[in-house]
Design a protein around this ligand. Sequence first.
Ligand code: NAP
Length: 286
Amino acid sequence: MTARIIDGKALAAATRAGLVPRVQALTAAGHQPGLAVILVGDDPASAVYVRNKVKACEDIGIRSLMTRLPAETTEADLLAHVARLNADTSVHGILVQLPLPRHLDAQKILETIAFDKDVDGLHATNAGLTLMGTPHFRSCTPYGVMKMLESIGYPVAGCHAVVLGRSNMVGKPMAMLLLAANATVTIAHSKTRDLGAITRQADVLVAAVGRRNLVTADMVKPGAVVIDVGTNRTPEGKLAGDVDFEAVKSVAGWISPVPGGVGPMTITMLLVNTVEAAERRRQAAA
Ligand code: NAP
């Protein structure tokens, strides 16, 4: 068997194109969606991610406000900046690029973002609403994975989904969205015993760990859908996922590549959340 490819890049392009008329309608009505992105420090990878997000906004007509703060920014200054953006009615979404310098308490900063501008879906209120099955904003990466499953028409209800990883940003919200879609969900992590015995039961396997080639062909059920969230660097500096793509694609039914899989969908869902936030504001103002 050779797996079919879930083309995240193509799905992202189509989803972004679908947002353009919504952005135009909002802008014409005086509610141009606005996303504020805060970057603290000089981490080169974070700078690239932020640049990509700003460009993605501009490409479809979302206004982006980029703030770059020095690494030695105090917590008080950063909190004050977030508070100003909370009060700015032209801003519909606020994103603080992670990781933050070590002296800043990331969770405290995230909790300061108004929950109805938390387009990354990382505020405790949004995490809690996702847990209750009534999300206000879905966390971008898991939301993108759900759209990828939808795009291949996969019947998630009743399937056994295994999520590798239990982070607040990816693993846990991923499991909650799959559960809300009526999958039977298993969450595995670094302390899980006999990982292969669990992954081999998966109809849908989502790998969100950050270990290159963790998922090998013998760990995958024939015909399964394998979605690779992981981003790792090869010794040659190339981007690679958590899944041994070449070997697993001869076992799986569907597989997402890295790059060109989940990554483009994550940024896309940030745009979707920002547009949804602006549409809610417009409705509330009507
Ligand atoms: P994280 O916070 O480091 O969490 C990693 C998770 O993997 C933890 O829950 C950890 O378990 C688990 N884990 C570690 N070793 C394991 C093993 N041998 N077997 C099973 N589970 C293991 O990372 P994250 O933020 O969730 O991100 C995960 C990966 O996705 C990273 O590579 C990240 O770069 C990537 N990512 C990609 C995108 C994208 O758009 N493509 C977006 C976000 C993240 P414990 O909890 O027990 O430590």
